[in-house]
Design a protein around this ligand. Structure first.
Ligand SMILES: NC(=O)c1ccc[n+]([C@@H]2O[C@H](COP(=O)([O-])OP(=O)(O)OC[C@H]3O[C@@H](n4cnc5c(N)ncnc54)[C@H](O)[C@@H]3O)[C@@H](O)[C@H]2O)c1
Ligand SMILES: [Zn+2]
Ligand SMILES: [Zn+2]
Length: 432
């Protein structure tokens, strides 16, 4: 079968590999119809999340059809159409039962303290083969896989694997409540989805900060108030927009590959630039850029620093942008002096996916406009590179693997115009 395979930092290829087999009683084999490329995948190719094993299939976002189930799986059968949550969890340990699926005690072969397990990640994250392939093995399938109604198409469902659950989780981490002003750093897919999720959780105003015109435009079409960090100091802009107070809640949807401004009043001075350079060496000890592709972010702590500064006193920062274990720079003293609440982590996908499927099925949410490109499997590596360089229009790439239900290439033409994405203004708060 065809699969996107990690060979090294800066080296990914579309390979022919053997299809997976059922190994454990709770496994399922899923024929993937649609997958997607995520900002998280870029960390592995840029070198900002080390520890990948050569030969690992990438990808942790997919929709597909159950092909085969292990002997212990009672709730799924071949032919069921499902969305695959990005993280893997047993469903029986105390963490899973409390909803902390990303901290499952049993999913990681390295044991309880091994860390979050997800598809297509480093050895430390379980070393599982990923979902950018024609078939995938899903452990604990009876807990993980979420069946889809026919009314939810692949384009919508693939964004429920990771992007919308993470955005929902980010808005929860930030303690978004009725009437809150929420500032989102990062206008990638997660940040864009967070506009809708923050509103659905009651946000009164949503401000989104990025440095890319097309992503700011996508957010503006969702009626977010946008700030370009290359022309304005985002902290000052957020204070100005909030009567000098700052945002009640901030969501960091950037993470370790943060960029510093290329110009404007917030551009780094020499001392800051030197500090960021040290951080970059710490974040990505091995780097293999190819020209302007696979280049790690040049200011790993930039979004974190802005988040802490832009939030109001006694406010909350929810961080879903990924920071790997080797990164230990955070403006803790500033956060302390402002009595901030800081919450962060890997999304407990399985906790949110079923409710999000329901929202899409009822028409309360339409994630499709976020997919700005559909790519065929054969073009996967070029699509990765265009997404990595953040070329205009390449905000979110879905990979059609040719199955039924997949949206045809070109469906992203209307990206950002779907009213269902967020329009409707202030939604009713829905609690957890
Ligand atoms: N916690 C989780 O479970 C989880 C799940 C999915 C994704 N993520 C992480 O969320 C982050 C975003 O994912 P994505 O797919 O949207 O990625 P992405 O790379 O497409 O988006 C990042 C965006 O941040 C912008 N940006 C860069 N520096 C910035 C800065 N200093 N201030 C504001 N914006 C800045 C970029 O221009 C880009 O639009 C990644 O770190 C990803 O790994 C976390
Ligand atoms: Zn993802
Ligand atoms: Zn568990």
């Amino acid at each position: 079968m065809k699969a996107v395979v990690w060979h090294g930092v800066g080296d990914i290829r579309l390979d022919d590999v053997p299809p997976p087999k059922v190994q454990e009683p709770f496994d399922a084999i899923v024929r993937i119809t649609t997958s997607a490329i995520c900002g998280t995948d870029l960390h592995f190719v840029r070198g900002t999340m080390p520890g990948m094993r050569e030969g690992t299939i990438l990808g942790h976002e997919a929709v597909g059809v159950v092909e085969e189930v292990g002997s212990a799986v009672r709730n799924l059968r071949p032919g069921d159409r499902v969305v695959v949550p990005s993280t893997v969890a047993c469903g029986t340990c105390s963490y899973c039962r409390a909803g902390y699926y990303a901290q499952c005690d049993n999913a990681n072969p390295a044991g309880r303290l091994g860390g979050t397990v997800f598809f297509g990640g480093p050895q430390a994250a379980g070393g599982l083969d990923g979902l950018q392939a024609e078939y995938a093995r899903v452990p604990f399938a009876h807990v993980g896989l979420v069946p889809l109604p026919e009314t939810v198409d692949d384009g919508q469902a693939v964004l429920l694997s990771d992007i919308y659950p993470t955005a929902w989780f980010g808005a929860r981490l930030a303690e978004t409540g009725p009437g809150d002003t929420v500032a989102i750093f990062g206008g990638g897919p997660v940040g864009q989805a967070a506009v809708a999720c923050a509103r659905a959780q009651g946000a009164g105003r949503v401000i989104l900060v990025d440095g890319l015109a097309d992503r700011l435009e996508l957010a503006a079409r969702q009626h977010a108030e946008t700030v370009d960090f290359n022309t304005e100091d985002p902290v000052e802009a957020i204070r100005d927009l909030t009567g000098g107070i700052g945002a009640d809640r901030v969501i960091d949807a950037v993470g370790v590959d943060a960029q510093r401004p290329s110009g404007g009043p917030a551009a780094a001075d020499d001392r800051q630039a030197q500090l960021f350079e040290e951080e970059r060496r710490q974040a990505a000890p091995e780097q293999h850029p190819d020209g302007d592709t696979w280049v790690p972010g040049n200011a790993p702590s930039q979004a974190a620093r802005w988040a802490v500064r832009a939030v109001a006193k006694a406010g909350t920062v929810g961080t879903v942008g990924v920071y790997p274990p080797q990164v230990d720079h955070y403006p803790f003293g500033e956060a302390f002096m402002k009595n901030l609440t800081l919450r962060c982590g890997n999304c407990n996908h399985r906790r949110y996916v079923p409710r999000l499927v329901e929202r899409v099925a009822t028409g309360a949410l339409d994630p499709t406009p976020l997919i700005t490109q559909w790519s065929a499997t054969v073009d996967a590596i070029d699509a990765y590179a265009a997404f990595d360089r953040r070329e205009p229009g390449w905000t979110k790439v879905a990979l059609g693997l040719g199955g039924e239900g997949a949206m045809p290439p070109g469906s992203g033409e209307h990206a950002g115009v779907g009213t269902g994405t967020t329009a409707g203004g202030i939604g009713r708060p829905t609690g957890r």
